[in-house]
Ligand binder design. Structure first.
Ligand SMILES: [Mn+2]
Length: 195
């Protein structure tokens, strides 16, 4: 069963993340950051991941610690749930459009963290949400899921659309990478023999 439940408590945030990587795309989200809930819902739906995230953070300061720590905790849950990576496709990619916006996300369950984040948001905020935090979320995830992640927004004139295409493409790319490849059942997808 590719499932995990991780809790992470600091003086800044208290976070619980449950994942089922072979789910049906069902999300239960309670982060007190509505835009982030909307984005995590996209990851669950398009990744076909069952996802429960509950977070209490120091939002009286700003959303920075909470968003970053949710990324970290989600990454830890993925590392636990993905297991030994035998038979894993390993690589996944997706292009997702939303009207004028288009993003591409490419992921590799490489076993080491690396991120290229190329998104020039056209606005600094989406509602009350600071778009800088999207980079923080993904960096937290990458560091703890131990994946290589390339995120490129290729076009967009609306910051909500830019963000939404990034998160949907992330979900789709994860889904592809996390699926099992029947031709390589029981085999680690690396000539090194480990990932
Ligand atoms: Mn939307």
């Amino acid at each position: 069963m590719r499932q995990a439940h991780v809790t992470r408590n600091t003086l800044e945030t208290q976070i619980s993340v449950k994942v089922d990587l072979d789910g049906t795309g069902k999300a239960t989200l309670d982060t007190d950051i509505p835009f982030l809930d909307h984005m995590l819902d996209q990851v669950a739906r398009h990744g076909m991941i069952d996802l429960e995230v509950a977070a209490k953070g120091d939002l009286h300061i700003d959303a920075h610690h909470t968003v970053e720590d949710i990324g970290i905790t989600l990454g830890q849950a993925f590392t636990q749930a993905i297991g030994d990576k035998k038979g894993l496709r390993r690589y996944g990619h997706a292009y997702v459009p939303l009207d004028e916006a288009l993003s591409r996300v490419v992921v590799d369950f490489s076993g080491r963290p690396g991120m290229e984040f190329n998104v020039a948001f056209v606005r600094a905020r989406i509602g009350e949400f600071d778009v800088d935090l999207i980079n923080e979320f993904f960096q937290g995830f990458v560091n703890h899921a131990m994946v290589t992640l390339h995120i490129d927004n290729l076009s967009g004139r609306n910051a909500h659309h830019q963000a939404e295409t990034v998160f949907k493409a992330f979900g789709r790319a994860l889904r592809m990478a996390m699926e099992s490849d029947s031709r390589s059942a029981g085999i680690i997808p690396s000539t090194k023999g480990s990932l």
